[in-house]
Design a protein around this ligand. Sequence first.
Ligand SMILES: [Zn+2]
Length: 144
Amino acid sequence: MAGYPKQGAYSDLPPAYTDDGFAGGSSQVGFKTEGQLPEPTAPTQVFIQAQSQIPVAQPSVVYVGVPIRLGDHPTQTVCPNCRANVSTNIKYETGLITWLIAGALCFFGLGCGCCLIPFCVDSCKDVEHFCPNCRYMIGRNRKL
Ligand SMILES: [Zn+2]
């Protein structure tokens, strides 16, 4: 019999749930902010599309596409393989011009000893340029 008065005490609690009124007020504020957002987001999407159209990899393509002018001496250049700024290692290779000079010397009646001179003269040979870092052949200076 003593429990009935306690139920009466619980019945006094429900009036404390008046927070529902505050929750409804805050949700209305949220709807107002969402309604204002769509207008500024539309122009920002256009800017992102414009930036994505600019290819970032263009400079690297220029290095590969443009042939590097190489002379008879070690040249300061950018290696297309390892992208390092290097001074090339050069190597003289017998090329078409070497054989043509040797053939010309034989044609003009010079002895077989003289026709071998072009093979000993570096200026009569092609020059190959190698990267000292990765041994990549950067280019070849052909005399013909
Ligand atoms: Zn390299």
